[in-house]
Design a protein around this ligand. Structure first.
Ligand code: MG
Length: 382
């Protein structure tokens, strides 16, 4: 029987690549639910091909048009309605908006193929207890965490045998640049990622290393690894996707070509593997694999994430929300690139501790952080 798949955020980079995997693995998967915010043209095209039972459309102005185009599907306004008919829920929503899907999938005891790292990072205290729901499990789609997930399969005593988790970072488009060279980089320059093709939010986060910082928190949440045992190493080729060092000094690394369809397929098929290779390493032309320490003086966001992660509670939510506001402002031309780190730093220093046990608590922290970040931006000199 085929595995029933729901995709929240189906129009984006991860959503469309998930459908590539489903197409390639003929008969293995059935797409039962698709959801988008407002990209309904893409949604309609996808739904006509995959015939899902349910489609979710965030934008109320577009719902009637979708219902007319897709008479075979139930059209709903809430992405969490995608969970019910599925065995595996791919959460490919961008940013904090993905939280309800993460919560609903785990609460309903589904497998969550998690590409939306922000929901786990921001809402760790809320999400962690839900992982105990019978049937619920998180399989990471983030390439680094997918790599760690695979490496960890070589130990049966994870609580005492993991010495270090080493996350690799491509370094982004500005690797090797000094701070002075980055004062006036353009949006297009920041969007030109050397190895990965991704959506704009995560691509900007890669250019600042905030993405890697958020991934440090994500690794802590997913695998329970203390922050002192999570390291970041810059690896420009993006072939080693991350590594785990065990107590005996053995290091397991996961290598593949940089293609998100591999982690997506892994999360869909786990504990089995898909039959389709999306890219193979050509060892005769690979040449070399380089590893360098990150330049934390130029790329300040990495340390901010460690700071927020170690503080815990709502600090990661606060940092992640501030970063979303800063990235939006940068993409809109209202902020220079180095000011993304300035805004995140200043906003994090103004973090207001608060309750963190319910979704509403996290939503409130997120909203407050956005106000503070907006205030910080308003106070910056151009
Ligand atoms: Mg990643």
């Amino acid at each position: 029987m085929s595995v029933r798949v729901a995709i929240a955020g189906s129009s984006g980079s991860i959503g469309t690549q998930t459908l590539d995997v489903v197409r390639a693995e003929a008969g293995a998967y059935e797409v039962v639910a698709l959801g988008v915010g407002s990209s309904v043209d893409v949604l309609i095209e996808q739904a006509l091909e995959f015939r899902p039972k349910v489609v979710a459309v965030g934008d109320p102005a577009q719902r009637a048009r979708v219902a007319e185009a897709l008479p075979f599907a139930e059209v709903v306004d809430d992405l969490t309605a995608l969970v019910e008919p599925a065995d595996v829920v791919v959460n490919a929503v961008v940013g904090f908006a993905g939280l309800p899907v993460t919560v609903a999938a785990l609460r309903s005891g589904r497998r969550l193929a998690l590409a939306n790292k922000e929901s786990l990072i921001a809402a760790g205290p809320v999400v962690q207890p839900l992982r105990a729901t019978p049937g619920a499990e998180i399989v990471p789609v983030d390439s680094e965490h997918c790599a760690v997930h695979q490496c960890l399969r070589s130990s049966v005593h994870l609580d005492r045998e993991v010495a270090r988790v080493v996350l690799t970072a491509s370094g982004g488009p500005f690797r090797g640049c000094a701070a002075a060279e980055l004062e006036h980089v353009t949006v297009d320059e920041a969007l030109a990622h050397p190895t990965w093709k991704m959506g704009p939010k995560i691509t900007i986060d890669s250019s600042t290393l905030m993405n890697k910082g958020l991934e440090v928190i994500e690794a802590h949440e997913l695998f329970g690894t203390p922050f002192d045992r999570i390291e970041v190493v810059v690896h420009p080729q993006s072939v080693v996707h991350s590594m785990v060092e065990f107590t005996d000094g053995c290091t397991m690394a996961q290598l593949s070509m940089p293609d998100m369809r591999l982690p997506i397929g892994y999360a869909l098929a786990y504990p089995a593997r898909i039959a389709t290779p999306f890219g193979r390493i050509d060892w005769s032309s690979l040449g070399r694999l380089d590893f360098l320490p990150p330049d934390t003086a130029t790329f300040r966001c990495l340390d901010l994430a460690y700071q927020a992660g170690r503080h815990g509670s709502t600090a990661p939510a606060w940092l992640s929300a501030s970063n979303e506001v800063a990235v939006e402002a940068f993409l809109a031309g209202r902020l220079r690139w180095p000011q993304i780190a300035d805004v995140c730093d200043e906003s994090l220093q103004r973090h207001e501790p608060g309750a963190d046990t319910t979704v509403d608590d996290i939503v409130a922290a997120d909203a407050r952080a956005r106000q503070v970040a907006a205030d910080v931006i308003a106070g910056l000199s151009p």
